[in-house]
Design a protein around this ligand. Sequence first.
Ligand code: GZL
Length: 323
Amino acid sequence: VSGKQTEIWKNGEKDSLTTIGFSQVGAESDWRSANSISMKRTFTPERGYDLIFEDAKQKQSDQIKAIRKFIQQEVDYIVFSPVVESGWDTVLEEAKRAEIPVIIIDRKVAVKDSSLYAAWIGSNFYLEGQKACKVMKAYVDEQQIPEVNIVNIQGTLGATSQIGRTNALEDAAQKYGWNLLEQESGEYTEAKAYEVMSKMLLEHDDINFVYCENDNEAFGAIDAIRDAGKTVGPGGDIQIISFDATREGLRRTLHREILINGECNPWHGEYVEKVIHMLETNELWQKEMYVPEETFYSMPEDMQIMLGGKEYTVQTVTESIVQ
Ligand code: GZL
């Protein structure tokens, strides 16, 4: 594989690190921070890597600039999580001409020519949403809730994670006859979600569910609900669905502030390293690799939900973690 190797000398021996240019979406959420930690922990000099980390502050133009910089620096590999799916063909063609393999993590790119990247590693976002909605349906039935009036605080519009989770909700609302009152992007941040939730509460006085597309949006929505004098949690006015299952998100699910939390596994580093190893040894690898993840929910004790697969109640998970 071509590319300038960073030369280092160890005990008089010239050694070389594999250089990896990594363009990260930003630092918008707890999930994103965990994803960055995963990459930084995997690609260290001690393990033979020189990781060049660029934070794009959620701007596609900054990601494209970073990728062009990596090409100039003749890195050995380019890794990035695309903030949105479209607009990558040109810069990925430049990387291909420079013969630098590109590995995509987390969100996907919509490109005409899939040879523009070597592999994609991430989550099945539609399935995350589908599983969460299945649990919600079981909750609605068990609680005999006559009418579901749900609002959707979406992620960054055009991101694969937003598209998948939103589509799953829209399909479930159609299938189960839920009223999807309003949809607006909370950009995966607490501040924006607080603003959006506050506005939705002024426009609708019958909301009983909020489908947030990550934990930081859920935290902002919960603050807005409480500031409007309404309640969440068992017997509350409004029930919260969320995604990521970050530490704080799981804690709030255990304490029933959040009803359902769809895990989104951020630990991509080890999978990226596997792909790089296979590229270097000319082994075959999978073009798409889905990371394992579950759905967590905190329901009334007596609620039996046959969801199939390995679904956990948060109490179960927490007990096992404690034990
Ligand atoms: C999901 C990722 C999303 C997370 C958010 O893989 O794209 O972006 O759910 C993050 O927390 O901002």
